[in-house]
Design a protein around this ligand. Structure first.
Ligand SMILES: [Cu+2]
Length: 428
């Protein structure tokens, strides 16, 4: 009786579980759950800093193109726990093959292959051209896959692909002038025939052996000194026949291919090297004196010593890290630096707070307190840097001179969490 009730309960539970699984697969979850926030903050704040990233369009039809371009800076305070960018590949982060990457460049060099020996501390421009393939609303990011460190994702923007997936075409003209209407299906059937053929041979070979008594009878035969019973003359003939057949198929297949396709290019497996952007002399020297993260206040506070080594007064206009941008909204040139296509959710709502926002005179050395406050620290799951083995933080500071020219400087150092408001609450 109780057993019966238990199985009923178990039945109910499994129905519930099945319903939950169906619900999570059918109901599309908010796109926040697509992974870019899962990367450890020490990677996101101290490796690749993406900036000036633009999206040419936020709505394209199937087959239409959208260009994502910008620059990335490789951070000097690269964490020990992540491999250096000795081998990297520029790609896009989007949910599956919903768009086709038809072109990609690093520093104007085609980047279909991996790039070697990127230089830490330097900047590289990049560009990707994507074609719409599957209709839907997709979050599109640039990403640099660093060998040993993993994918380091840039800012993401929603791009809507409209139309019908059936209209998708990827036409290509080969070197010999042959026009292929749709590369996504080209040659697939032939590959499948080859795979099926070899699978058939393999299965036949296995069946040939396993149709006979197997392990124990054969072991008994060996024990009785009758190995001669195990492999017959027919087995030898079949094995020789199979060997000849495979050789004929391989050699014949090769000859057929080279005759039908006179010019074949092997899959390109090399890598390339490119120069970084020219190094600009650093006109603003930045040294981090202290950094705290106010946990309840969701505020990053940096005490930074800034030396203006230029001839022009400088103002700090932006602090950016992990694709988040904190702007001094009283500085027009800093606000104008945000491209209209840049995702709004990555620009902090509140202004960057400076202890002294007056221009720093040429030659002046000033210690500034910079406060970057936003719920985005939590939303973007950046506060787990508090539990990292090296509690360090990094970011880029954008200064603007009197002419509105931008000067970038890195800022990095150890960080300590504080619980100011909590302590206040306890003292009451
Ligand atoms: Cu995304």
């Amino acid at each position: 009786m109780s057993l019966h009730r238990m199985s009923l309960r178990r039945f109910g539970l499994s129905i519930l579980l099945a319903a939950m699984t169906a619900a999570t697969t059918l109901v599309s979850l908010p796109a926040a759950a697509h992974g870019e926030r899962a990367t450890e903050p020490y990677i996101r704040t101290r490796t690749v800093h993406w900036y000036d990233v633009t999206w040419s369009s936020e709505k394209i039809g199937v087959n239409d193109k959208v260009t994502v371009e910008g620059k990335f800076h490789l951070f000097t305070d690269w964490p020990d726990a992540a491999s250096k960018p000795e081998l990297a590949f520029l790609s896009n982060a989007s949910p599956g093959a919903v768009m086709t990457r038809v072109e990609s460049y690093i520093n104007d060099m085609p980047a279909q292959q991996s790039v070697r020996q990127l230089e830490i501390g330097r900047d590289y421009p990049f560009k990707m051209v994507m074609a719409g393939r599957v209709p839907g609303r997709w979050h599109l990011h640039p990403v640099l896959n660093v060998h040993g460190a993993g994918p380091i994702v840039g800012p993401g923007h929603w791009v809507e692909v409209t139309g019908s997936a059936a209209d998708y075409k990827l036409p290509v003209t080969t070197m010999t002038g042959e026009v292929i209407d749709d590369l996504q299906h080209y040659g697939v059937a032939r590959v499948q025939w080859w795979q099926a053929g070899y699978a058939l041979l393999a299965v036949a070979w296995i069946v040939w052996w396993i149709r006979r008594p197997l392990i124990v009878p054969r072991w008994n035969a060996i024990r009785k000194g009758r190995e001669d019973l195990l492999i017959t003359r027919t087995d030898d003939r079949v094995a020789a026949g199979l060997l000849v057949l495979v050789l004929v198929v391989v050699i014949g297949g090769y000859r057929y291919t080279t005759q039908k396709y006179e010019y074949v290019v092997p899959l390109q497996a090399g890598s390339f090297k490119t120069k970084p952007l020219p190094q600009v002399p650093s006109l603003v020297a930045v040294e981090m004196k202290d950094a705290t993260y106010d946990v309840p206040g969701r505020s990053l506070r940096l005490d930074v010593e800034i030396t203006n080594q230029s001839e022009s007064p400088m103002r700090l206009g932006e602090f950016t890290t992990a694709n988040l941008r904190f702007l001094d909204k009283s500085l027009d040139v800093a606000v104008a630096g945000v491209d209209p296509s840049f995702p709004k959710d990555l620009v902090a709502g509140s202004s960057l707070k400076l202890s002294d926002s007056s221009p720093i005179a040429p030659g002046e050395k000033r210690t500034l307190r910079i406060e970057a406050t936003d719920a985005a620290w939590e939303i973007e799951r950046l506060v787990s840097f508090l539990t990292n083995v090296d509690s360090r933080v990094g970011g880029m500071l954008f200064f603007f001179d009197a002419k509105g020219q931008r000067h970038m400087a890195e800022v990095f150092g150890p960080i300590v969490p504080v619980f100011t408001q909590l302590q206040l609450a306890q003292s009451h």
